[in-house]
Design a binder for this molecule. Sequence first.
Ligand SMILES: Nc1ncnc2c1ncn2[C@@H]1O[C@H](COP(=O)(O)OP(=O)(O)O)[C@@H](O)[C@H]1O
Ligand SMILES: CC(=O)N[C@@H](CCC(=O)OP(=O)(O)O)C(=O)O
Length: 305
Amino acid sequence: MRKPPTPATQVAHVLTEALPYIQRFHGKTLVIKYGGNAMVDQHLKKSFARDIVLMKLVGFNPVVVHGGGPQIGQLLTRIGKESEFVDGMRVTDAETMDVVEMVLGGLVNKEIVNLITAQGGRAVGLTGKDGGLIRARKLHITRRSESEQEPEIIDIGHVGEVDCIDASLIDVLAGGAFIPIIAPIGVGVDGRSYNINADFVAGKLAETLHAEKLILLTNTRGLLDREERLLTGLDLHQVERLIADGTIHGGMLPKIRCALEAVANGVHTAHIIDGRVEHAVLLELFTDSGVGTLIHGQGGAHWPT
Ligand SMILES: Nc1ncnc2c1ncn2[C@@H]1O[C@H](COP(=O)(O)OP(=O)(O)O)[C@@H](O)[C@H]1O
Ligand SMILES: CC(=O)N[C@@H](CCC(=O)OP(=O)(O)O)C(=O)O
């Protein structure tokens, strides 16, 4: 007769249940965007760091891109400056750009490196300036009102979009035992620093690295409708309607946009998940249903320009 399972046998069951997922993602690149709003408390930060270290140890190739919007906002408040956003992008004058570099390239980046190192991982912190990783160009936001013929161009300062990515440094690091931790700051051909929304950097990096998954960790359960129900598996046209009627707004705009672009350009799936849930990344990777909002390839659909 079979003996009842001991706690040790139960642990062994959990481990073997993870086996198919470990096989599926072994050697695959997974780009994880760690949003500033998901960096809630020390306990959750530690659980995130443990997930990343575990992924690396079982043979996945995690690459972390982090945000830090709320942390930038806090420092700006301390120096008496208000944060202003247009379409989810921070209006960035020269002084704000200095703060962005200090907070993202310094405080937040090194905190994540430290957290992962404390869990036994070998994290290396970079900004897009290191190794010529992210070439940026100035982002122009256009608005077309019904009465005007020509679209209005809104200047939001030192805000960039990704022009191109040279991932050779990432390949060198990830090919070794290192975990790259990337702050979303790019450099223009003019040598100037550009503040880039971290979702866009994560999306473009996932495309360049031919990542299996792009996982965006944020502070909601995923993409929600007006009744706060979780939406998943939407196509481009459904998303466009949700933007037009204002259901998708603010910080969710760059997230959904980069997820759609990434899957249209070869990333297998993109996921918007709740970083406030302990071990959210592992739950996404090691369960069939996953968590949060899934966005998958739609036969080459492109975001309208
Ligand atoms: N339809 C939507 N579903 C979920 N969140 C939304 C939606 N529209 C706007 N949001 C906002 O987007 C925010 C997430 O974006 P953001 O604040 O930039 O987070 P992060 O720091 O993780 O990038 C949510 O907290 C929510 O306020
Ligand atoms: C242009 C722009 O908006 N840049 C962002 C960069 C940080 C970021 O994206 O942080 P989250 O992922 O935490 O929102 C900002 O200045 O807030």
